[in-house]
Design a protein around this ligand. Structure first.
Ligand SMILES: Cc1cc2nc3c(=O)[nH]c(=O)nc-3n(C[C@H](O)[C@H](O)[C@H](O)COP(=O)(O)OP(=O)(O)OC[C@H]3O[C@@H](n4cnc5c(N)ncnc54)[C@H](O)[C@@H]3O)c2cc1C
Length: 443
């Protein structure tokens, strides 16, 4: 009899990171993915009209994504990401024009101070007040318990941050990193992000971006890595139930009725799928908090223009419903783009995600005309909208305490995924770390 494999349910960043580390340690792995492609909430596909690659939503990483960067290196995909030489974020305001939050080569957190001092979309008084946030992070010494009970907005108000700097700086960072509105997002999670991204090494603050479509960034290379070490990845394998006997996970039943035995099981699916796979009494007894999570949407609007409208690689729009514009041609280092492909992002999009796609495209083009004069003389030649209704968990106050650990009450059953207790917001880095942590616990 061949020994039962370790089953990993879910082929997103978390499942693949777990599979890679287990395969590396010589463990027999079988990864099961419900869909006919891998990548979960971070994937790409080919647009039928233009032939261009579209991500399900533009993803940004940072230098502080240490586990993700190590994972990409391990599977041989590091060359597909590019690092900013120095941390830099561009802002565009209709009234004040272009400004950069550009951090020079100074040790952290001096690089941040210098970056802020140059940000001309915010007045001097506000820039000075922003230092209070850095000071609060420095003096907190990791003791953020109190922040778990207040919102980002309450914390920033406490720290004397004006309405203007909140709207034009902090809110954009909070939305981009937490995918939730500052009025309801947890201050604790925000403090964690700011600490990780800005208070340590300067390289941690740089943006890291994939030159290629998200699926091409990591899925095939991870599969190759797993298969080269005797593991297996099965697509179109939808797990209906995780089966337990005598307090142990014994295997899974697929939706086609097939039963697969397991030596151990890692669930690497989102919370709303885990709910479907566990018996209600088991869920209520051992994972009661799972029922309490809610999701936050992200809307992405892809626009194509015949004549390029901007050279900037990515830019945040101030006082606009569109938070970020990504220039896909510049990101892919195309020297002579045929046409310009822009990917526009709206995070924490509870309202926007309810609007019809045509209305979103009209809104997006109107905003491009407002910020980029070259868009005023043309219509987009093509548009494609992706609404991810369940992009991430909603990081409301109190949510962090409910996130379950990777280790469960069952000795051979583990939980991975960006929504588990990672200490980070629901991001690629959290997902990868959780998968690697499950692998470590098993080994
Ligand atoms: C539009 C958008 C933009 C984002 N931007 C960023 C960003 O800029 N930076 C960042 O760090 N993060 C970003 N994120 C978050 C990031 O994508 C997620 O944190 C990460 O992809 C989660 O990975 P995961 O492996 O935990 O879960 P998932 O990617 O959801 O993977 C779970 C997998 O399990 C499979 N599955 C589900 N049910 C079953 C079943 N019953 N049987 C078998 N398989 C099953 C699913 O099909 C899926 O492939 C963004 C997310 C979205 C949607």
């Amino acid at each position: 009899m061949t020994p039962a494999p370790i089953l990993i349910i879910g082929g997103g960043f978390a499942g693949l990171a777990a599979g890679v580390d287990l395969a590396e340690q010589g463990k027999k792995v079988l990864l099961l993915e419900r869909r006919n492609f891998l990548g979960g909430r971070a994937y790409s596909f080919t647009d039928k009209v233009t032939g261009d690659t579209i991500d399900n939503g533009q993803h940004l990483m940072m230098g502080c994504y240490h586990h993700t960067l190590a994972f990409l290196k391990k599977v041989g995909s590091s060359h597909n990401v590019k690092f900013q030489p120095n941390p830099r974020v561009d802002f565009l305001s209709e009234a004040d024009g272009h400004a950069s939050f550009a951090c020079p080569s100074l040790p952290a957190p001096l690089h941040l101070l210098a970056g802020l001092s140059r940000l001309k979309t915010i007045g001097w008084a506000d820039r000075l007040k922003a230092l209070r946030v850095g000071l609060a992070l420095r003096t907190m010494n990791g003791n953020r318990a109190r922040l778990a009970d207040i919102t980002v907005r309450e914390w920033l108000n406490e720290l004397g941050q004006s309405e203007k700097i909140q709207r034009r700086f902090w809110d954009l960072i909070a939305l981009a990193t937490l995918n939730e509105l500052p009025e309801i997002a947890s201050a604790d999670m925000f403090a964690r992000v700011l600490d990780q991204a800005f208070m340590h090494a300067k390289q941690d603050s740089t943006m890291v971006i994939s030159r290629v479509g998200l699926s091409d960034l990591y899925t095939q290379d991870a599969v190759k890595f797993i298969e080269a070490r005797g593991g297996e990845v099965q697509l179109n394998a939808s797990v209906k139930s995780i089966d337990f006997e005598n307090n142990r996970a014994v295997g899974v039943t697929l939706s086609n009725g097939e039963q697969l035995p397991a030596a151990a099981i890692i669930s690497a699916v989102p919370y709303f799928m885990l709910k479907e796979m566990l018996a209600p009494e088991l869920l209520a007894t051992h994972f009661p908090a799972v029922a309490a999570f809610k999701s936050a949407p992200i809307v992405s609007i892809n626009l194509w223009y015949e004549t390029p409208v901007t050279d900037l690689e990515f830019v945040s729009l101030l006082d606009s419903p569109i938070e970020w514009v990504f220039n896909k041609n510049a990101i892919a280092d195309e020297s002579q783009p045929r046409r310009q492909h822009l990917a526009l992002v709206i995070s924490g999009a509870h309202q926007t995600a309810t609007q019809p796609k045509d209305a979103l495209i009209a809104l997006a083009h109107a905003e491009m005309k407002r910020f980029f004069p070259k868009a005023r003389l043309q219509q987009p030649v093509h548009a494609y909208v992706v609404k991810e209704q369940q992009a991430t968990i909603s990081h409301t106050v109190g949510t962090a305490r409910k996130r379950p650990a990777q280790k469960t009450p069952f000795a051979n059953f583990f939980l991975a995924g960006d929504w588990t207790a990672t200490g980070l917001p629901a991001t690629i880095e959290g997902a990868v770390w959780s998968g690697q942590e499950c692998a470590r616990l098993i080994v």
